[in-house]
Design a protein around this ligand. Structure first.
Ligand code: IMP
Length: 426
């Protein structure tokens, strides 16, 4: 993706998250100077395999695993300081040198323990299937103009004064929701004191950093989390996350203008998965779903929940191409399909007997759509050793060609395993 004309590139999930963005970012970060996470928070789980070691990153950009890249948690992220530093300490224990390479926007909002209590209480009422990491309530507070930002926490004085009304409000909400738990002011003040001091040296105006990097001709990678169908505007509302997961959010969440972005890579699995509740039109039935889950290791990196699995859904990816302005696709986990004799692909939907054009905005309609399947022949051979398209069995190439035609965007990468080297650059 990076060349002389493309120096600022976004990587987004083009389905329901867990497409393998962590691996793509890891591969692209080798050529990047600056890697910026720009939305979401500890709800994300990016798994990266380096040699025989596996890293699961939740808040720190996947680029941290490359020695040369500077990494940034942008203003659009909601940062959970407790788990952020736990993740940092874990990486240090695994020998990853972070010194001077990690920065946090002083405008980023903080996920505090009371947000998690609110998330869990609200989940009992709404059953979205959230990760319970406090994401929704933190974004609610941000938009409601009562959030706590990194800049607030690193200011020495006043943590108690600033936190007291927020804790009082959270406890009123918890009471209204019938929750038994209450947020504790002293615990929050202690956390603010302890972690504020650790955040101080990392906190800066990261939008300015991004601007200077772009102006200096350096390569900037904007790392998205979740996927287009979980976008708060364009996803399967209300079964979505609370941020803009589509590419437009990259500019806002990194603090740059949209005209700085030169390319958008959409990561898609060769099939489809979803964690949490809400419509999934191509969900596979019984044994086939179990087989996809087992072969793909489809268990949530953050919550360990089994992912719902199904077939490639072309209407979803076509929609994603449109709402993200994707300039290329990266197809991951092709190897998971290696043993299937036949592979269904949804080429369109029917809704109440009629051909359905576009993506229904009504979640009930999306629950009712019937995918129109085309069955493609499987290749029944291992693809995990392929390093060029020519190494792939003809049926696997035909499968990719069909996905590309249906999605109406060019495939730039194909991933055939979890290791760094198991990738084909097209
Ligand atoms: P929240 O982001 O924790 O509020 O969860 C809202 C919805 O987004 C739920 O369906 C979650 O399962 C889903 N979700 C959030 N983060 C991820 C992710 O990184 N991968 C896949 N699904 C996610």
């Amino acid at each position: 993706m990076f060349d002389r004309k493309h120096t600022c590139v976004v990587v987004v999930g083009a389905q329901w998250g867990d497409e393998g963005k962590g691996k793509l970012v890891d591969v692209l970060a080798e050529r990047a100077d600056l890697v910026i996470r720009y939305q979401g928070g500890a709800n994300a789980g990016h798994t990266v395999v380096v040699g025989d070691r596996q890293f699961v990153l939740h808040q720190i950009p996947s680029g941290i695993l490359h020695g040369q890249a500077t990494c940034v948690v942008g203003n659009g992220v909601v940062l959970d300081p407790e788990t952020f530093f736990a993740e940092l300490d874990q990486l240090a224990a695994q020998g990853i040198d972070i010194g001077g390479r990690l920065f946090v926007s002083d405008r980023a909002h903080l996920v505090l323990p009371y947000h998690k209590l609110l998330d869990q209480a609200s989940e009992k009422q709404q059953q979205i299937g959230t990760t319970g990491r406090g994401i929704g309530p933190t974004y609610e507070d941000k938009i409601g103009r009562r959030g706590v930002r990194v800049a607030d926490l690193i200011r020495d004085a006043g943590a108690r004064d600033a936190l007291a009304p927020r804790i009082a409000r959270a406890n009123q909400m918890l009471e209204l929701m019938g929750a038994a738990e209450r947020a504790d002011l002293d615990q929050h003040v202690e956390l603010a004191g302890r972690l504020g001091a650790r955040l101080r040296p990392l906190a800066t105006d990261t939008g300015l950093m991004a601007w200077q990097a772009i102006r200096g001709g350096r390569r900037v990678l904007l790392e998205g989390a979740q996927g287009a169908m979980l976008d708060v505007d364009h996803g399967t509302y209300p079964f979505v996350t609370s941020s803009t997961t589509t590419a437009g959010g990259a500019a806002v969440g990194a603090g740059i203008g949209p005209t700085e972005i030169d390319g958008v890579l959409g990561v898609v699995k060769a099939y489809t998965t979803r964690v949490g509740n809400g419509p999934l039109p191509t969900e596979a039935a019984g044994e086939l779903e179990g087989r996809l889950r087992q072969l793909g290791g489809e268990f949530g990196a953050t919550t360990g929940r089994p992912r719902r699995c199904g077939w490639f859904d072309a209407p979803v990816v076509r929609y994603s191409v449109r709402v993200n302005g994707l300039t290329g696709l990266a197809v991951t986990k092709l190897d998971v399909l290696d043993t299937f004799a036949e592979i269904p692909v949804a080429v369109g939907y029917r809704l109440d007997g009629e051909v359905c054009h576009g993506m229904p905005s009504d979640v009930d309609a999306l629950e009712r759509v019937e995918p129109v399947y085309e069955t493609l022949p499987g290749w029944e051979r291992s693809t995990s050793g392929a390093r060029t398209l020519a190494d792939l069995p003809p049926a696997a190439r035909a499968y990719l060609d069909r996905l590309q035609d249906l999605a109406e965007a060019p495939i730039r990468y194909v991933s055939v395993g979890t290791r760094r080297d198991q990738i084909i650059e097209v």
